[in-house]
Every structure is written in C-alpha cells, then in structure tokens.
Write a protein that binds this ligand. Structure first.
Ligand SMILES: [Zn+2]
Length: 199
C-alpha cells in the first residue's frame, strides 16, 4: 500500500425476519445422478419450511435498516407484491411438470380450465386459484428451494423499489432470501447491481 493510500471503513448492517410456511410440492426432475438412491422428491410431499428475508444497508433510515413491520405480508399485499407467507398451506405446482395437467384435474378443474391456468402462470410470474377447498399456486419453474428463493427475492426487490420511489427509503444496499426447506437445508439467493463497462 502506498503511503498516500487511505483506508475507508464501510459500515454494514444486516437485519432479517423469518417466516414459517407449510406446503406441498414435488420435484419431478430429481435424478440423484447414478447414486443408486431413490429420487423420493419426485413424489408429492410436504415441508414445514422457514424462509428468511435479509436486508443489508450501509446507512440507516430513521435509525433503522427498515422497520420490521414493513416486512409483514399485509404491506406486501397493499403493494401487489408476493410475500413468502402466501405459500402457506398451498399445493405448489410447476407448469414444467409433465404431470401438471393430471394433478390439476384432480382438484376438480376441467381440461380447458387446466390449460388456461397453465397458460396464465406461464404468462405471469405465477398464478393461484382455489377449487373444492384446494388452494394451488402454479409457477413457471421447477419447485426447488433455489428457484423459490430467487422468485421470492425478485418479489422482495420490487418492495425495495416501492419503498424507494413511494417513501424515499433509499438506504437498502441489497436483499437476500434464504429458503430453508427443512431444518438442515438452506438455499439463498441475492442480487447485486454492478456497473458493466464495455471493452
Ligand atoms: Zn420437497
């Protein structure tokens, strides 16, 4: 280091909030390579999962990274943003699942309705409906913890944009969503803005 170089310490706070959800899904493309083990996630099954929303900020707004109250589902709902707790007690289905239509038919929808629901989920980021007491969310991706954490993080980033534009809260540097499918497993997704310089 040259004698004129200066070190600048950048502060960083991290806050997090956890949400517990129970849901059913299957991972139709689990293959476990050539381990010889049975890919049991191919079968419909359920999880009691914990989802963690994490926020990093190098400065505070009103002496807080963000008021935890603003991470409640109610606030996401007010702004039309999907919150992790929306997954609770739902059947999660992937439009990519070769059996998706068969499973949809079991909920009581007609064949035409099933096609329409799959189309709507593919056109949008997700689509949810209820029928005969069954509450279903269709997603246009395979339902792994990795893909769910990315989806929830993208929704969370929408909230950050709303907070910045509507309320002038601009101290949030990055957010991360970790999806703990079980007590022993965790998949995290975060996204950062980087400046790309062309050669
Ligand atoms: Zn599972």
């Amino acid at each position: 280091m040259s004698e004129t170089a200066k070190i600048r310490n950048i502060p960083m706070w991290t806050i997090s909030k956890r949400f517990k959800v129970s849901y059913a899904h299957r991972v139709f493309n689990q293959d476990l390579l050539d381990s010889g083990m049975t890919p049991k996630c191919v079968s419909l099954h359920g999880h009691d999962s914990t989802i963690v929303y994490r926020i990093n900020a190098s400065s505070l707004h009103n002496d807080m990274v963000l008021d935890y109250t603003l991470l409640k589902k109610k606030f996401f709902d007010q702004n039309g943003i999907f919150h992790a707790e929306e997954l609770d007690h739902k059947l999660l289905l992937s439009t990519e699942d070769p059996k998706v239509k068969d499973i949809l038919l079991m909920t009581g929808v007609s064949s035409d309705e099933a096609d329409e629901l799959i189309h709507k989920a593919k056109e949008n980021e997700y689509y949810q409906f209820s029928r005969n007491g069954m509450r279903v969310i269709l997603f246009p991706f395979v339902l792994t913890a990795e893909n769910l954490s990315r989806f929830l993080c993208h929704q969370f980033l929408k909230l950050v944009n709303v907070l910045a534009e509507k309320y002038g809260i601009k101290n949030i540097d990055s957010v991360e969503v970790c999806f703990n499918e079980t007590d022993d497993t965790e998949a995290c997704y975060s996204e950062f803005e980087v400046v790309v310089v062309d050669d």
